[in-house]
Design a protein around this ligand. Structure first.
Ligand code: FES
Ligand SMILES: [Fe+2]
Length: 341
């Protein structure tokens, strides 16, 4: 296990991964890809998410090019139809003396939760005993969300290492995300790695107008805050002080491509006066401020992706080069990845 190459390591299939945002799945089938598996997502008549193998067994074309008819998925090519279980139920030109082919495609457990589509690619019977991590702040009225999609030509290990090594605040200096991180504590077990840093934050959200610090650098003041990052396999979550929480939900696609959703929450917990207002108004505030950190979050993602893609490229071109590592968090992260692969 120890000699498995971390940069080509597989994933633990018996976990819930995030393959799409809820809003991406409308009335047409959509194609997603999770660790070499092509999957088609669609909504049945009740609006529930269904996930099938994205492959017509007739001629191996993508079912996601087809359409939904009642609750069946119809292939675009010759119109064969498949039910929610993945059974072939209709061949439009079946002769009276012919039987339906007994071809069946795989169906996957899928779960719409907290604004995202979670999918379980592993042993089906385990899906009920392992829970998706979830994002409880998504519906909570006191949190304002911003979502950024990470599309990255790199192995997922580079991304999680980037997220766990807070010494890279250097890269984001112009965004003033955080500064002067110092690792204080490191914990790991079979399912997670927790790294506790002391850092300096530029933001303090204690008055309703402090949200404007997100847009006006002149309003920011450096002050110490705890910075906690956790790799809760296979996803990531972090908090900076009381005010910010960020999730990264992973969808590793293959050895050199990773998709992920970064969700940043700004907390309104400090404004107790706001909590006395009617729920409809609080929902209005939450919804109108959705995406308020978009520019910053996209900017951070862009910088990180650039570095990760360079790491991946260097690895492919010069695999003999070795890294020098000073942050013990990285060794813990790699141990967890290997253990689960
Ligand atoms: S390839 Fe799908 S129906 Fe023929
Ligand atoms: Fe970063």
């Amino acid at each position: 296990m120890a000699n498995v190459d971390i940069r080509t390591c597989g994933i633990n299939l018996d976990r819930w991964y995030v393959v799409a945002r809820s809003t991406e799945v409308k009335d047409k089938p959509i194609a997603v890809n999770l660790w070499h598996q092509e999957i088609v997502l669609y909504r049945d008549e009740t609006g529930q998410i269904q996930a099938l193998e994205d492959r017509c067994p007739h001629r191996q074309v993508k079912l996601s090019s087809g359409r939904i008819v009642n609750d069946d998925l119809e292939c675009a090519y010759h119109g064969w139809r498949f039910d929610l279980e993945g059974n072939c139920v209709t061949v439009p030109y079946l002769a009276a003396n012919q039987k339906l082919p007994s071809c069946k495609i795989r169906n996957y457990p899928a779960w719409e939760l907290d604004g995202f589509i979670w999918l379980f690619p592993g042993e089906k019977h385990l899906a009920n005993s392992i829970l998706p991590m979830g994002v409880p702040e998504w519906e909570h009225l006191n949190y304002i969300a911003t979502v950024s999609v990470i599309e990255c030509k790199g192995h997922y290990s580079y991304l999680i290492e980037n997220l766990m090594d807070m010494y890279h605040g250097h890269l984001h200096d112009n965004y003033q995300a955080w500064a002067s991180a110092e690792l204080k504590d490191l914990y790991s077990d079979d399912d997670r790695v927790d790294a506790h840093y002391e850092a300096q934050s530029y933001y303090k959200i204690d008055k309703i107008w402090s949200i404007s610090q997100l847009f006006f650098p002149g309003l920011r003041r450096l002050h110490p805050e705890p910075l906690d990052v956790s790799y809760i396999y296979p996803h990531w979550v972090s908090t900076l002080g009381q005010d910010f929480k960020i999730y990264c939900l992973f969808c590793p696609v293959n050895e050199t491509y990773t998709r992920a959703y970064l969700i940043q929450f700004t907390s309104l917990n400090a404004f107790w006066r706001l909590h006395k207002l009617p729920v409809w108004f609080r929902r209005f505030v939450k919804d109108s401020l959705f995406g308020s950190a978009q520019k910053m979050l996209d900017g951070l993602v862009h910088q990180d992706v650039e570095m990760i893609e360079q790491e991946q490229l260097a690895r492919l071109n010069r695999p003999e080069l070795r890294n020098y590592e000073l942050n013990p968090t990285i060794a813990s992260v790699q141990r967890l990845i290997r253990q689960h692969a």
